[in-house]
Structures are given as structure tokens and as C-alpha cells.
Design a protein around this ligand. Structure first.
Ligand code: BTN
Length: 268
């Protein structure tokens, strides 16, 4: 299939983001090692809350754990959002979970399909990964200095490297539609702006966390009733049983209820 090139237009982006904290704060790169690494460095150097870094290509894209994130030019949306939220470090998980919901909404709006959410925040279409989120944090025990939410969405890939073929997919492969990356970025940042506002500006963060938990339960097949194996603490298996009050996934195992801390949740 021939796919027309889409491009990112800074002026149009600022116009579309006018009502958000991201307006005038988006910086674009044709190629960069990693938007997350860059955003973390910019944060150290004093960059503003709401700064956004987008790249057409990453040459050293970072995934969760020790994984790399395949980031070829012209194919994916690679974006990092720098935030300075006035919330305790222990509550950053809610921000990361809310980012997953924001991506889900943006994909639904622009591609017309609803990906599943696998805790903490992988997005899957037909069981394959279409988006990953890496949230990195610089914090004291009681105070977040800055957080960087890094989002990689496979948009227009027509194929993947051999080692990813069974695990990864793109919006193009699943829908046949070459979604415009700029439209997807706008939808994502508009949706994320609302999530961040709710979490950071509400007087009742417990209620906001409860809303995130309820929306995850409603929009993810993984949060409750899924037989899973978890690759942590030697590995264990069980049935997912919702999220605890901090946002960690609960799994009912033969030895009792356990919370999952680090991810690595797979269908059993
Ligand atoms: C995962 O392993 O699931 C998380 C992948 C996160 C990839 C994104 S792409 C934009 C940002 N920059 C990076 O280097 N990583 C994140």
C-alpha cells in the first residue's frame, strides 16, 4: 500500500491547542535519540510545565524496563510531555493511568477503533501492542520536581522488525486507515489536558482517582476477571480483581490477593 506522507505543522498545532496548557510549548524534531531523554534534560534545565517534545524519528527510543522502542521515521507518533504536577510522588501512577485513557480516547476519535488497556498502560488492538507509555519521574520523597510522560503510538507502520511482529501492530495495519499524526497528536493533547487538569486542580483528588479507576474498569478487559501471569517476584498467576486505592492492579492468586507493582502482566 502507498501511504501519503503526513507532516507536523507547528502553527496549526498551536492554533488547535489554544485552550490547553500545551499551546506555544510544542517543539518538533525530525530526528532525536529519545524525546523522553531530551525532556528529562530540559526539565533539569528549567523548561516550563506543559512543554511537549515530538519527533518524526527516534534513534534510541526508550521503552519500559530495559526495552528499546522501535521509532522509524514517518511511522509513529513519538511524544514526551513535561509536567510539574503539584501532587505527591505516590500519586503519579494515577497520572500515568490517566495518560492511557487519554490515548484511548484520542485513538477512538481519530482512528475509529477502541484499543484495550493492559495495566498499567499498554494499548492493544487485537491483542497486539499499538501504544506504550513510559512515565519518568524526578522527585523527592514528598515532592515531584517533574514528570515526563512519554507516549509512543504505532500509527502508519506497514510492517515491524521480525522480533516484534507477533507482539506489535499499528493503526494502519488494524484499520487500513493512514491516520494523520497531527490530528492524533491534537486529540491526545486535548484529552491529556483535561486529565491533568482534573488531577492537579481538583480539591478532591480521591474522587478524581476514583473516576480514573471506574473508567479503567469500564474500558479495559484486563482490570477484572482476566487470567494472567505476572513476571515479578519470581512470577505468579491468578485472576485480576480491580485496582487498589493507589492504582496498583490486584490479582487473586492461590496464595491470596497480591498487588502488581512493576507491570509485566500477560494473559495466562
Ligand atoms: C513501553 O515500553 O511500552 C513504553 C514505550 C514508550 C515509548 C515512547 S516514544 C516517545 C517517548 N520517548 C522515548 O524514548 N520513549 C517514549
Amino acid at each position: 500500500m502507498t501511504v501519503a506522507v503526513d507532516s507536523l505543522d507547528s502553527a496549526a498545532l498551536d492554533r488547535d491547542l489554544a485552550d490547553t496548557r500545551f499551546s506555544g510549548r510544542v517543539q518538533m524534531f525530525s530526528s532525536i535519540p529519545s524525546t523522553n531523554a531530551y525532556a528529562m534534560r530540559q526539565a533539569e534545565a528549567g523548561a516550563a510545565d506543559g512543554s511537549v517534545y515530538v519527533a518524526d524519528e527516534q534513534t534510541a527510543g526508550r521503552g519500559r524496563g530495559a526495552h528499546a522502542w522501535s521509532s522509524p521515521a514517518g511511522s509513529g507518533l513519538y511524544v514526551s510531555i513535561l509536567l510539574r504536577p503539584q501532587i505527591p510522588p505516590a500519586e503519579i501512577l494515577w497520572l500515568s493511568l490517566a495518560a492511557g485513557l487519554a490515548v484511548q480516547t484520542a485513538i477512538q476519535r481519530t482512528a475509529g477503533v477502541q484499543p484495550d488497556l493492559r495495566w498499567p498502560n499498554d494499548l492493544l488492538l487485537n491483542g497486539k501492542k499499538v501504544c506504550g507509555i513510559l512515565t519518568e519521574l524526578n522527585a523527592e520523597v514528598t515532592r515531584v520536581r517533574h514528570a515526563v510522560v512519554g507516549i509512543g503510538i504505532n500509527v502508519r507502520q506497514q510492517e515491524f522488525p521480525e522480533e516484534l511482529r507477533a507482539l506489535a501492530t499499528s493503526l494502519l495495519l488494524e484499520t487500513g486507515r493512514a491516520v494523520d499524526r497531527q490530528a492524533l497528536l491534537v486529540a491526545l493533547l486535548q484529552s491529556l489536558d483535561r486529565e491533568v487538569a482534573a488531577l492537579t486542580e481538583s480539591a478532591d483528588r480521591t474522587a478524581v482517582a476514583q473516576s480514573i479507576r471506574a473508567r479503567l474498569e469500564a474500558n479495559s478487559s484486563w482490570v477484572r476477571g482476566k487470567e494472567v501471569r505476572v513476571d515479578e517476584n519470581g512470577g505468579f498467576t491468578g485472576t485480576t480483581a480491580g485496582l487498589d486505592s493507589r492504582g496498583f492492579l490486584l490479582v487473586n492468586t492461590a496464595a491470596g490477593m497480591r498487588a502488581v507493582f512493576s507491570g509485566g502482566v500477560r494473559e495466562n
